[in-house]
Design a protein around this ligand. Structure first.
Ligand SMILES: Cc1ncc(COP(=O)(O)O)c(C=O)c1O
Length: 437
């Protein structure tokens, strides 16, 4: 592949945009952050005209593939009628009703624009509802970049400390110790440690927040018993259980991870697939808590909250996804399942065995050393051979397949059986190259 145009744009960007990028995750790119011109269905084309089958999907939003016709049509219609009213529109009512119809915990809904700010709103609401300060989060889970939650996201192995009391580690320069002072952190999937922590802090805990698939830690779905333990502990101690479904929402099931696992949280956060590409997020939850927003005493605000353009797109996205009992999502799960099976088989043949975790629409495919311990949390995920994973990511990109640099694959409703076959042909050669070393 030639990347001359991307390289030229990147050089120009670096003069005016720090690092040449506008979100840090894009720094992990080869040979430079790529510039794109067009995307359609399962494909993207970069500034050099290179075509890719896309499994990055904007880091998750493009559940319907790129340029989904019903969403484009809905926003085109709305754009002609106004972009931002700073008032209400019917679209937000329809969107909230659609969420309520499909998501178990969603008795009421408030909309924002990004996942990070919806997390912020949910944490504030939990603290207001309980009159408590502390929040339990888990190592390696990503909940956005805000000061009071972006801790222990990606600690180096040497800084992990004891399992029962990991030292607090901010994600960024500029965060202050007091920002993390009300956070408690534990390894994922360890029910005994959660029970121990609740025994000590239960009466002070406002909330437990988790991404039920621990996507940022390498897609490590919660063990059902562990999630049930969290539910029980929260019930016993009057703590709110918050599922951050920014990745899992409308992707692992129409009702998100809460439907997938059969565990209903008190509050849940949605973004990404919710709007199929429109910038939109939501806090959804039980009415007894959500009503606090309605009292106006728990503040939730935003110029772009429920803007009619995003809401029109969201309604179209949800109608498309949920039509025919979720036939489109079932197709995406099926395509992704075939891809997972194919990758597993090919990697065994190539003598470069991949470990796959997740479901068809979001899974990780990474290399573990022989005799690795099972991956159950961020700590055990550190056994991953990241150098080999990067080699696969680059070998795939060179052959026209885009995945995330962390080895996470997203699959959309637009991916076809032909796309999967083509991808597996490409992956065969990429895996052979990785196996050769
Ligand atoms: C689980 C999870 N929560 C929250 C966020 C933050 O969302 P946003 O990037 O829209 O602020 C992300 C983003 O990737 C995420 O994966």
């Amino acid at each position: 592949m030639q990347y001359d145009m991307s390289k030229a744009w990147y050089e120009r960007a670096r003069q005016v945009i720090p690092g040449g990028i506008n979100s840090n995750v894009r720094a992990i790119s080869e040979p430079v952050p790529l510039f794109f011109e067009r995307a359609e269905g399962s494909r993207m084309w970069d500034a050099d005209g290179n075509e890719y089958i896309d499994y990055l999907l904007g880091h998750g939003p493009m559940i319907l593939g790129h340029t989904p016709a019903p969403v484009i049509e809905a926003i085109r219609r709305q754009a002609a009628r106004g972009l931002v009213y700073g008032q209400q529109s019917e679209h937000e009512v329809y969107a909230a009703e659609l969420l309520r119809a499909h998501v178990p915990c969603a008795e009421m809904v408030r909309f924002s624009t990004t996942g990070s700010e919806a997390v912020h709103a949910a944490l504030r609401l939990a603290r207001a509802a309980t009159g408590r300060a502390k929040v339990l989060r888990f190592e390696g889970h990503y909940h956005g970049w805000m000061d009071n939650i972006a801790w222990n996201q990606a600690s180096p192995t040497a800084e992990l400390g004891p399992r029962e009391a990991p030292p607090m580690r901010p994600a960024s320069e500029g965060q202050q110790p007091e920002d993390g002072a009300n956070l408690l952190v534990l390894p994922w999937n360890d029910a005994a440690l959660a029970e121990r922590l609740f025994a000590q802090y239960g009466s002070e805990l406002a909330a437990v927040i988790c991404d039920p698939f621990a996507s940022a830690a390498g897609v490590i779905p919660g063990e059902p018993d562990f999630l049930m333990t969290l539910r029980t502990l929260c019930d016993t101690h009057g703590t709110l259980l918050i599922f951050d479904e920014v990745i899992t929402g409308f992707r692992v099931a129409l009702g998100g991870a809460q439907e997938y696992f059969g565990v209903t949280p008190d509050l849940a956060i949605f973004a990404k697939a919710l709007g199929a590409g429109m910038p939109v997020s939501a806090v959804a939850g039980k009415a007894e808590y959500m009503e606090r927003f309605g009292t106006l005493k728990t503040v939730h605000a935003g110029t772009y909250n429920s803007n009619p353009l995003a809401m029109a797109g969201t309604v179209a996205a949800l109608e498309t996804l949920t039509a025919g009992r979720g036939a489109a999502l079932a197709h995406a799960l099926d395509m992704g399942g075939r891809l997972m099976d194919g990758l597993r088989d090919l990697s065994a043949e190539a003598d470069a065995p991949l470990t796959l975790r997740g479901v068809g629409t979001v899974f990780s495919a990474t290399f573990l050393p022989p005799n690795a311990q099972p991956v159950t949390d961020y700590r055990s995920a550190r056994q991953t051979d990241y150098a080999r994973g990067c080699a696969l990511w680059i070998a795939l990109q060179e052959r026209g397949v885009q995945i995330t640099s962390m080895g996470i694959w997203f699959v959309s409703t637009a991916h076809t059986a032909a796309d999967i076959d083509e991808t597996l042909n490409i992956a065969k050669n990429a895996l052979a190259e990785v196996a050769r070393g």
